[in-house]
Design a protein around this ligand. Structure first.
Ligand code: MG
Length: 383
């Protein structure tokens, strides 16, 4: 039996993970759940999965949850940053699924590693901000960090049974988002509504906008560098609109190994929880004869400079990826609140990166300082 703590239980990854647990009740038990604001869904999850510990964003939400559960089964309720850390390191769990959104995932991730929990990592920002520190800490504590992101899960699977020294290229695939075919000229007219419509994946708002700007792929480039300890120069992004090939690894003998499947996050989540076993998810294979063709295109970096930002952040390393990420988070927030237009997101990230003096080999406090600096800078620019 595997005992799970899920941070981000009400989001798209969290709810899919709970679907998997629901299908395999004899394999998994839920010990702790955490979410930010969606208290009514969390209450339903508590009734169904009976966790011992739950965490919400602040004291008000904790009181609200406590009121909803009055007279029913009630777990211990904690809140805020310390609450998330407590949930991530809860002693009754042995696997922690980190599916929170944004930089808020970093400290719980480190806490979980220090508590020697195995990590299923869906929070990209953890590795983007502090990849070196996180991976070194995982090694030191002998815990595995398994990727939940479909592309990284694919790469992880394509690397199995092969030697890292033979790896030549990682082909990181991208759906291309809703604006793949839109002309650069009309980018200035992109509305929030347009940007929230993703063609293949159904996800939360932040990651949907990140997909529209292709910053999601940018974050995944940096994530891959740390996950697989490879140079960014070995990573090539390919637009693959069908989202059937979830990524590929090319070796020096010219062989390419691809991982494929339906565009459904459940496969990647379940593999991170059950590897090397594969769970029966009762999923159909893609119908190859109906799909007819799988296509691949070169990304247009004029339309989507996010990819260039990410490669530049990888090249400079240090605090630059954290700055890129923080600037993006605030810019996306401002776009979601309709304070800025779509193209401004790129301008704000670019400006923050340009103005930042990169610190090499930063410790955690320098990373957090750079993150806060970038947030401030972008906030001032959008106000
Ligand atoms: Mg992905």
């Amino acid at each position: 039996m595997k005992y799970l703590s899920i941070l981000g239980s009400t989001g798209s990854i969290g709810t899919s993970a709970l679907d998997i647990v629901r299908m395999h009740p004899y394999l998994f038990g839920i010990k702790a759940l955490a979410c930010a604001n969606n208290i009514s869904l969390l209450a339903r999850q508590i009734r169904e999965f009976k966790p011992e510990l739950v965490c919400v964003i602040d004291e008000n939400k904790a009181l609200e949850l406590s009121r909803i559960l009055k007279g029913e089964f009630k777990p211990e309720i904690v809140y805020g940053e310390n609450g998330f850390i407590q949930t991530a390191s809860y002693n009754k769990s042995n696997i922690v699924l980190l599916a929170m959104v944004g930089a808020a995932g970093l400290k719980p991730a480190l806490a979980a590693i220090e508590a020697k929990k195995h990590i299923a990592l869906a929070n990209k920002e953890t590795l983007v901000m502090a990849g070196e520190i996180v991976m070194a800490k995982a090694k030191e504590n002998q815990v595995s960090i398994l990727p939940v992101d479909s592309e990284h899960s694919a790469i992880f699977q394509c690397l199995k049974g092969n030697l890292k020294k033979d790896l030549k290229t990682i082909f990181l695939t991208a759906s291309g988002g809703p604006f793949r075919k839109k002309s650069f000229k009309s980018f200035k007219d992109i509305s929030l509504k347009d940007a929230l419509k993703h063609p293949t994946w159904n996800m939360g708002h932040k990651i949907t906008i990140d997909s529209a700007t292709m910053m999601n792929k940018g974050l995944e480039i940096i994530e891959a560098v740390h996950f697989f300890d490879v140079s960014y120069e070995k990573i090539q992004v390919l637009i693959h609109p069908q989202s059937i090939v979830h990524s590929m690894v090319g070796y020096k003998d010219g062989s390419i190994i691809a991982q494929m499947g339906q565009p459904d996050m459940k496969a990647a989540i379940s593999y991170a929880l059950s590897e090397p076993d594969r769970l029966d998810l009762q999923t159909d294979f893609p119908s190859f004869t109906d799909i007819n063709s799988l296509t691949f295109e070169k990304p247009d970096t004029k339309k989507f400079p996010s990819l260039l930002f990410a490669f530049e952040a990888c090249r400079q390393k240090g605090t630059m990826p954290a700055v890129m990420n923080a600037a993006n988070e605030i810019a996306v927030e401002a776009f979601l609140e309709k304070h800025i237009n779509f193209m401004d997101i790129f301008k704000l990230i670019s400006k923050a990166m340009e103005d930042h003096t990169c610190i090499d080999n930063p410790d955690l406090s320098s990373i957090i300082e750079a993150d806060l600096w970038a947030r401030d800078k972008v906030r001032q620019a959008v106000m």
